[in-house]
Ligand binder design. Structure first.
Ligand SMILES: Cc1ncc(COP(=O)(O)O)c(C=O)c1O
Length: 456
């Protein structure tokens, strides 16, 4: 039995034991518990600490552990007044919840947006975090914009014209999105988005009080003609897009359109928020430059994150931008939370500057290419009624059109032991058909055949 499961097993037995005792009664001594339950003293002290945190016992150093006072029946807190006090400020967290929730035990995970544990650079991360923790300044304050070496790496990724002063370090991509949506335009304003688009971006925009307005895409990415029309119609000053390995469709915005949408946004006096979350999730082919690299006048606000190519808990990302928009974002960082925890920033820069990072990216590209082909082949063989919209050259997902009855397929698929992401949530308005997104990076490759058979 692992240490954590033996702690939980002891805590469960003590909970039952406490149920038969009166408040104020004393629990057996730690030594007695060690003998009675045949466990170590560390297990006993951790189990007691857990019960104390749950409010079931109180420990008095030198005297022992006692059963805590219980709330008399019928005195549950009445918080209904809060419903009135909180009126009008609810956040819809379903998209984020779906993204982060774990499917039930035994289900095959084709949902979610992160790498399977076997694809993460765990050894390199462990070493980087250990070195970061040993630095003499590890627990000092950090600059509000982020530590300079980390900003230097993110500036280089965004393009040759950027330096560390153009970068604000964030707690991953979602934090960057939410900061940009909260600080650039006023609540109530429209924000143009590709349709479909990343559900978390829709949630963050709505939480900031913005109104997402859908702009259609085709095989080459967002349509510049319709983007221009949407700017003219709404007067929007912000366009959120993912030019490279768009989530959920995997589309890459064509070279010609990159220039066109920059020109359209400039003509509208608007910002383009370039979510470059997948730059390190390519499957081996050459990548287009970030939009930001071809922008000299501050139109593009570029976002990046380490959670996708490294691990979900390496919650470090960045906004790269020029001009007053960056001052605004820096001010928001200070007002919100001062700065990001220094050890995580130091670990991130250590990882990115180690030879292990480049090795990891090379291995990851091969693994993603193989996984992408394997899942597409399994679906083609076993589930021909789902049609792959395109074979992506990067990213983590396949985007399928599905028969109409699968439109809300999560529950149906879950009951058959496969977790998928139904397409509905990726559309700000009515979806033009039934779609589903399958992640090929989160499950065991050996399970793809079974998953496709179950979906069929
Ligand atoms: C397109 C896109 N942008 C941003 C994010 C946010 O990722 P994180 O906050 O984990 O860096 C995600 C996560 O799924 C995403 O798919």
């Amino acid at each position: 039995m692992s240490e954590s499961s033996s702690i939980e097993a002891l805590a469960a037995r003590l909970r039952t034991e406490i149920g038969g005792l009166a408040p104020g009664e004393r629990l057996p001594t730690s030594r007695d518990l060690v003998t009675r339950y045949a466990v170590g003293p560390v297990t006993v002290s951790r189990a007691i600490a857990r019960l104390a945190a749950e409010g079931r016992v109180v420990t008095r150093p030198g005297s022992g552990t006692f059963v805590a006072a219980r709330r008399p029946a019928g005195t549950e807190a009445d918080t209904s007044w809060q419903t009135v006090a909180l009126a009008g400020r609810a956040f819809d967290a379903r998209a984020a919840h779906d993204l982060l929730s774990s499917p039930p035990a035994g289900a095959i995970t084709l949902s979610g947006g992160y790498l399977h544990a076997s694809l993460r650079p765990i050894r390199a991360l462990e070493a980087a975090l250990a070195r970061a923790a040993r630095r003499p300044d590890a627990w000092d304050r950090a600059p509000a914009a982020g530590i300079t070496p980390l900003r230097t790496v993110f500036a280089r990724w965004a393009g040759p014209g950027f330096g560390p002063d153009d970068v604000l370090v964030t707690a991953g991509g979602q934090n960057a999105l939410s900061m940009v949506f909260r600080s650039t335009i006023a609540p109530g304003s429209p924000v143009l988005v590709e349709t479909p688009t990343y559900r978390g971006a829709l949630a963050a925009a709505r939480a900031a009080g913005l109104r997402p307005v859908a702009v259609p895409m085709d095989a080459d990415g967002v349509r510049p003609d319709l983007l221009a029309e949407a700017f003219a119609m709404t007067g929007a000053r912000l366009f959120y897009c993912q030019p490279t390995f768009h989530n959920p469709t995997g589309t890459v915005l064509s070279a010609e359109r990159r220039h066109q949408i920059l020109a359209v946004a400039r003509a509208a006096g608007a910002f383009i928020v370039e979510d470059d979350y997948a730059r390190h999730l390519g499957h081996g082919a050459a990548l287009p430059r970030p939009l930001a690299a071809d922008d000299a006048d501050g139109t593009v606000v570029h976002l990046t994150s380490l959670t996708k190519p490294a691990a979900p808990s390496l919650r470090v990302g960045a906004v790269v931008a020029r001009g007053p928009v960056l001052d605004r974002l820096r001010a928001l960082r200070l007002v919100d939370d001062f700065f990001l925890a220094r050890p995580l920033q130091e670990a991130a820069v250590d990882l990115l500057c180690s030879p292990a990072w480049e090795r990891h990216l090379r291995t990851l590209a091969v693994a993603l290419r193989e996984r992408c082909a394997a899942l597409a082949a399994a679906m083609h063989e076993h589930c021909p009624q789902w049609t792959l919209t395109r074979f992506p050259s990067g990213g983590l997902h396949l985007w399928f059109t599905t028969p109409a009855e699968y439109a809300e397929s999560t529950h149906a698929a879950l009951s058959r032991g496969v977790a998928v992401s139904p397409g509905r949530g990726y559309f700000p308005d009515e979806p033009p058909g039934a779609y589903a997104r399958l992640n090929f990076a989160a499950a065991d490759v050996a399970e793809f055949g079974t998953a496709a058979r179950r979906l069929a």
